[in-house]
Design a protein around this ligand. Structure first.
Ligand SMILES: NC(=O)c1ccc[n+]([C@@H]2O[C@H](COP(=O)([O-])OP(=O)(O)OC[C@H]3O[C@@H](n4cnc5c(N)ncnc54)[C@H](O)[C@@H]3O)[C@@H](O)[C@H]2O)c1
Length: 308
C-alpha cells in the first residue's frame, strides 16, 4: 500500500506521522513545493520509526511527482491555511490553482488512485478535483466531516462529563462555520440519546461550539489546527487501505441523494478498498433538511467562485 501526501506542512506531516504509526502502509511519499522541506520532514519522521515501532518507509520529494507513481491513495493538503478571523472560503483564490495543478500531476502518475482532499475550502476543492480529473466519483473524497464529528464528540463528552469512548455523533453538511450540520438528535451516550442527559440549551451550545471548532483553534494557535485533521485523514486512509467498510461523513459528489445535485458536501459514506462504496441516506427531520439545504446553498455559492 503506497500513500502520497502532498503538502508537508502542519496537516500533511501530522497525517503522514499517524499513517506511519498505525503501520498499515508500506510507503508514504511526502511531497512539497518548498525545496528540501518534504525530504527534511520525511527524514525526521523516519528517525521516529525505531522509537515508535513502525516499518512504513517515508520518502520526501521536492515537487518530483515521479516518486508518487503507483500510489493507491493520494492526500492533498497543499495550500494556505486560514489565519485568525478568516473564513475557509477566503482561501479559494490561492488554493484553487494549487489543487488543480496538484490533482492533475497526481493522476498523471497514478491514474487509478483514490484522492482525499483536505485543502480548504474543502467541499469546493473536492468539486474542483472532479472537474480537473477523470477519476470516478467513488475515488474522490473530501475530508471534513470526520474531523468535525471528532470535534462534536469532544464537545459532547465535555457537556456530558462522560468519556469520549462512550459518545457517538456525526456532523454532515458543508465544512464551514455556517455549513456544518451537527446531528444532535442522533447523538448517543452508549446507545442512549444524549438528550436524556443534558438540556436542549446545553445541546445547542455543543452544536455552536462544534461549528466554530476550527475557528476557536485558529484563534488560539494563530494558524489552523493539525493534530485532529491529521488523525482524521489517517482514519480515512486506513479505512480504505484495510478495506474496513467504516462509515465516515465525507464530502462526495451528490447526484440526487439528499435532494441535492452537482456539488460535493458531507454525508455519511461507507469507505472500503474502492473508496466510497456507498452513500448512506439518513432520514432527516424538517429542521435538519432545512439546515442541509442552507448548507448546500453556501457550498454552491463558493463553487461559483471557481470560474469553471
Ligand atoms: N479539511 C479539513 O478538515 C482541514 C483541516 C485543517 C486544515 N485544512 C486545510 O489544509 C491546508 C493545509 O493546512 P496546513 O496547516 O498544513 O498548512 P501549511 O502552510 O502548514 O502547509 C501547506 C504546505 O503546502 C505546501 N504547498 C503549497 N503549494 C504547493 C504546491 N503547489 N505543491 C506542493 N506543496 C505545496 C506549502 O509549501 C506548505 O508546506 C489548508 O488549506 C487548510 O485550510 C483542512
Amino acid at each position: 500500500m503506497k500513500v502520497t501526501v502532498v503538502g508537508a506542512g502542519a496537516v500533511g506531516a501530522s497525517c503522514a506521522e499517524y499513517i506511519a504509526i498505525k503501520n498499515f502502509a508500506s510507503e508514504v511519499v511526502l511531497l512539497d513545493i518548498k525545496e528540501g522541506y518534504a525530504e527534511g520532514k520525511a527524514m525526521d519522521l523516519m528517525q521516529t520509526a525505531s522509537l515508535n515501532g513502525f516499518d512504513t518507509r517515508i520518502v520526501g520529494s521536492t515537487n518530483d511527482y515521479s516518486k508518487t507513481a503507483g500510489s493507491d491513495i493520494c492526500v492533498i493538503t497543499s495550500g494556505i491555511p486560514r489565519k485568525p478571523g478568516m473564513t475557509r472560503e477566503e482561501l479559494i483564490g490561492i488554493n484553487a490553482g494549487i489543487v488543480k495543478t496538484v490533482s492533475s500531476n497526481l493522476v498523471q502518475h497514478s491514474p487509478d488512485t483514490i484522492i482525499i482532499v483536505v485543502s480548504n475550502p474543502m467541499d469546493t476543492m473536492t468539486y474542483l478535483v472532479h472537474k480537473t480529473t477523470d477519476l470516478p466519483k467513488s475515488r474522490i473524497i473530501g475530508m471534513g466531516g470526520a474531523l468535525d464529528s471528532a470535534r462534536f464528540k469532544y464537545r459532547l463528552a465535555e457537556a456530558l462529563e462522560a468519556p469520549i469512548s462512550d459518545v457517538d455523533g456525526m456532523v454532515i453538511g458543508g465544512h464551514s462555520d455556517t455549513g456544518m450540520v451537527p446531528l444532535t438528535r442522533m447523538a448517543t451516550r452508549n446507545s442512549v440519546p444524549v438528550s436524556e442527559f443534558i438540556s436542549d440549551e446545553r445541546l445547542e451550545q455543543v452544536k455552536e461550539d462544534t461549528k466554530v471548532g476550527g475557528a476557536t483553534l485558529t484563534k488560539l494557535l494563530g494558524t489552523s489546527a493539525w493534530y485532529a485533521p491529521g488523525a482524521a485523514v489517517s482514519g480515512l486512509v486506513q479505512a480504505i487501505a484495510c478495506d474496513q467498510k467504516k462509515i465516515y461523513p465525507c464530502s462526495t459528489l451528490l447526484e440526487g441523494e439528499y435532494g441535492l445535485n452537482d456539488l460535493c458536501i458531507g454525508v455519511p459514506v461507507v469507505l472500503g478498498r474502492n473508496g466510497i462504496e456507498k452513500i448512506v441516506e439518513l432520514e432527516l427531520n424538517d429542521a435538519e433538511k432545512a439546515h442541509m439545504k442552507n448548507s448546500a446553498e453556501g457550498v454552491t455559492k463558493t463553487n461559483g467562485l471557481l470560474n469553471l
